[in-house]
Design a protein around this ligand. Sequence first.
Ligand SMILES: Cc1ncc(COP(=O)(O)O)c(C=O)c1O
Length: 450
Amino acid sequence: MPGHKRNPGAEPLAQTMAIDITEIDGFDDLHNASGIIKEAQERAAALYGSEECRYLVNGSTAGVLAAVSAVLCGRDKPFILAGKGSHISLYHAAYLNDAAIDTLWERRISSRGVNIPGVADPGDVKEHLEQASAGGLLPAAVFVTDPNYYGVVADTCEIVRIAHGYGVPVIVDAAHGAHFGFKDMPGSAVQAGADLVIMSVHKTLPCLTQTALLHMQGELIRKDIAYRFLRIYQTSSPSYVLMSSIESGLKTMADGDGWSGRLLTFRQRIREGAKDLEHLTILPDDIAGDPCKLVISTIESSISGYELHRRLLEEYALQAEMADTDNVVLIITGMDTEEGISRLAKALKEIDGSIGAGMASCMANASEMPRPSALMTIREAWDAPSEPVPLSEAAGRVCADMIVPYPPGTPALVPGEQIDRESVAFLETLIAEGCEIRGIDENGFVHVIM
Ligand SMILES: Cc1ncc(COP(=O)(O)O)c(C=O)c1O
């Protein structure tokens, strides 16, 4: 293996195939690293300042599954304190481990001209842990996302301080924050002292899709069990193409080749170009502090985020990362081009000049998202007999499937939650805006427990 035999005739991927090997002699084994992969992982740990780091070739998804499974492993009545806005992999981990979730409701950041999901609040973490401690059963871990998809940065230092005060480890889904901790970037979750930190290097660093890292530190977690789960959830044929891309991407960052400087210059250039926008607003750093995220609010304009997303793509060939009713989120990095950044600045100016003021979307007034109650664990509900019903008639029933607006891939409803009227209205708004929602079929049916 591999079957292509690194044959240069295998166009168009011949160059990739040339480095696509398996665990041949002298090339180590990701699942039992003792040679070049071990050394590369040690360099990654040193770069971020963690005790141990593992390369992931199945994305942050595998890291989240392994980290959560590791903290839940061997527990009676396992449960985890986790942000509602967590990526779906957190919910999949809860399903696989039949764990309950104590939901940490992130507050939305919603003021004049701004409506985006916030991050976990340390005060809320404290309140949940105090209650759990009083009840005599602490969660296996606190699970938070930092930064979130919209570039909002959490106070992970404080969350770690609070959780560690109860002897509870903290898992940080830093899928969007692999650049944190580098020169001129915000501090990383590793620096904040989190016990398990997962980073998708493919999202913001110059690394191939699917590449990610799992950092581990401290005595509150069992690293050997985390490795066990990495062996379970990751392929037994880790791609050397992916692993070498992690190594070279991290080398680029370690060499300080100007990645941060370029990113900050690009960001500044777009901000300067956006100074005179009348209707569109680029959210300021004190709201969306991740330098790789540009969040453009359409709230005070006559168009929705979806419409802006469409116009950027169709009129300017600019592919935004995602849109919701009120925002477009773009990712910029130190690998963007001068031309692309200029095109974006020009596009924003021209689109702004072509639209009017107003309140395009009905979501603009929704300061809080629905808060459905969980009546069963995800495992109990997902495995139970279910039936399809029209979404419009689903209020009061128990959800039997993941209902996930894409992107960002954060479930609006998970199996076991009682579908409330607010959730139905919220989902109907998204459908009317043309958002893709997994878990609702083309006829508008959702699965509920029979
Ligand atoms: C917050 C968050 N966590 C985890 C993931 C999963 O990352 P990956 O695609 O690297 O598996 C994503 C993917 O979008 C994400 O947004």
